[in-house]
Ligand binder design. Sequence first.
Ligand code: AOF
Ligand code: ZN
Length: 347
Amino acid sequence: MQYDELMKKCIKLAKQGEGFTAPNPLVGCVVLDKDGNEISTGYHHKYGENHAERDALLKLTDGEEKGGTLIVNLEPCSHFGKTPPCADLIIERGIKTVVIGMADVNPIVAGNGIRKLQKAGIKVIENVLEGECKKLNEVFIKNMTEKKTFVAIKTASTLDGKIAASNGSSKWITSDKAREEVKKIRNRYDAIMTTSSTILADNPTMLHRKKIILDRALKTNLEAQIYKDGEIYLFNTTLDMFEGGINFIKTPVINEKLNLEFILKKAFDLGIKSILVEAGSHLNGEILKYTDKIYHFIAPKITGDNSSLSCFDFRKIDNINDSFNFKIVQIDTFEPDILLTYYPISK
Ligand code: AOF
Ligand code: ZN
């Protein structure tokens, strides 16, 4: 209870690194002096740079942290990586209490940081706001524990669950405010993923550093907007080469569709640790079983169109009990639209 607010501050600081720290976690840190006054903050800015604890402690040069408290959302590291162990620096600086949000899931740290601190006589308070800290680093946790890429879907529908009118046009379902939010969501992920169908229907730009495009028969025009920026990974069934700035990746098929398991594994091996899928009904449906999180914008509109697709149209079921089930964890408003954020309950 006592440290909840400070842990929230660590989470907020950590988020400043969003989009830059992968494959490393998001970490923020607050330092208090022996009387409980806040004297420094820090966060992990970018992959390869100082860890949050080091960032905060190196700002202190007069020893005012001696006997103080350090709050951090992830267990301090104990290993020599890109930088020396944070636990050593914390000990060196004479910190008396360390408050941690969650233990590190990285096997080379996993409890060793905590033990190192305790051995040096530091009091360690664990699992403060653990749930929120785990949510903050859900991508890092999945990568480390399952050795798999985190997959999120962003979709936008009308109240009747439609993503397009019958002519296939879906580009402008939601408002400007919702679309601004989509840009922020995109930035949190290493890559976006879309399909030839979406490119052919909407010619979207989808500004991003890395783009995964599923185009089995290479139907899209390489002059389309989407190809104008970012690193491109074009999964298809024929070409396997790097040409014209595009990584063509030859991909096996299952039931005439590109093999998603192959694609996700390939992405992980290429260092793409999180993906935001922005496509239509079919890919959304096919990838649902590999999906960790869904961002679903809903616009207060009803098309009533009985021939247009919904956001996840991919099969026929006879029993509602065969549905995929989710837990809605957040509802935000982007006037006049809403955003539901939900996670699969079991996979
Ligand atoms: C970070 N930032 O603030 C903390 C991390 O590759 P390295 O040497 O930077 O080490 C990365 C590991 O360090 C990471 O997997 C995690 O276990 C631990 N803690 N990492 O990038 C931080 N505290
Ligand atoms: Zn560290």
